[in-house]
Design a protein around this ligand. Structure first.
Ligand SMILES: [Zn+2]
Length: 88
């Protein structure tokens, strides 16, 4: 019970919102909108004015997950469904 208490407390303190976006659900080319603020996030945008990449997770030489931070609203977005990018 004590451990559960600390987990709940840690979650409520953290203000960062996490979202999961599946690229296979987007309209192609990997462009999607931030689920929270609607900022357009495009893999072609390398300026880091809208988002920045926090982490890239590889599995067997393939992109598995990309963790982004939306700079406009601070949300963390976990990108999955990256097979789309592997084939292009
Ligand atoms: Zn956002």
């Amino acid at each position: 019970m004590l451990i559960l208490y600390w987990v709940v407390k840690a979650m409520s303190v953290q203000e960062v919102t996490f979202f999961v976006v599946n690229l296979l659900d987007t309209e192609g080319r990997g462009v999607f909108r931030c689920p929270r603020c609607g900022a357009e996030i495009s893999p072609d945008d390398m300026t880091e004015s809208v988002y920045r990449i926090l982490d890239v997770i590889m599995k067997k030489d393939r992109l598995d997950t990309i963790v982004l931070e939306c700079i406009r609203c601070g949300s963390r977005i976990q990108l999955i469904g990256l097979d789309l990018l592997n084939y292009t």
